[in-house]
Design a protein around this ligand. Structure first.
Ligand SMILES: [Mg+2]
Length: 234
């Protein structure tokens, strides 16, 4: 694999596992079982579409599915998906292989970005992961993976050709397909978990700069408060 000009990381299931964090939503699931149980399915249905207002489309479809009002559904999504769920990432650490790749980027002075379906700033802040050159929310762009808009946005912010970006993610059918649609390379976290660092990243660690610091606000893409990940694959 040629050394990339930038490395893009998915968040949920890549920079942090999500499976064991879902228990933090147990109270919401008790209070609003239909909405929280249906959220992920609606997000999956909207992949590949570019509605004029993606957030409104999610809420409208979810309300229709559960028989609730759109106002009430939006309130529940705002509170539990966008506000409480990101807090569940407090002190989360990336898996070892992902951490090694992040450190390799820093040693090689390769800019790294986050391209997530959902707003990621609050989650990154909760994790204390800094040093990102850009943070892109595909939901804020109105084009969930596997549409390539998120990677194109990251490339534009960095000023690098999108085909020279390596995207790292846990879902080949969304992360991998997005990379393919953009002409970028893809690395599955499962490969990293097996110790499969790319050759350019496999040099022994010397003194990577610290990346466990809050990212400077000026480097972050503003977006709506953090979001959903609840029922995606870990
Ligand atoms: Mg993921």
């Amino acid at each position: 694999m040629q050394q990339p000009q930038a490395v893009s990381f998915d968040l949920d299931g890549t920079l942090a596992t999500v499976r064991l964090r879902r228990w933090r939503l147990w109270r919401g699931v008790v209070l609003h079982p239909a909405i929280l149980a249906g959220y992920a399915g609606v997000v999956e249905e909207l992949r590949g579409e570019r509605p004029a207002d993606l957030d409104a489309a999610i809420v409208a479809r979810l309300a229709a599915r559960t028989g609730g009002s759109t106002d009430r559904t939006r309130q529940v999504v705002d509170e539990w998906i966008d506000r409480r769920w990101p807090a569940a990432f407090r002190h989360a650490r990336p898996p070892r292989g992902v951490r090694a790749l992040v450190e390799a980027c820093d040693r090689a002075r390769i800019p790294r970005v986050v391209v997530s379906d959902h707003p990621a700033l609050d989650k990154l802040a909760a994790m204390g992961l800094g040093g990102w050159a850009a943070v892109v929310s595909c939901r804020a762009l109105g084009a969930l993976k596997p549409l390539p808009d998120g990677l194109h946005a990251a490339a534009a912010q960095l000023g690098v050709p999108v085909r020279r970006i390596l995207h790292v993610g846990d879902r080949p059918e969304t992360d991998g397909a997005m990379a393919a649609a953009a002409g970028a390379a893809f690395l599955d976290v499962a490969t990293l978990a097996r110790g499969g660092l790319p050759p350019w990243a496999a040099l022994p660690s010397t003194s990577p700069r610290s990346w466990r610091t809050p990212p400077p606000a000026s480097t972050m893409r503003p977006g709506p408060p953090c979001a959903p990940t609840v029922p995606t694959r870990a």
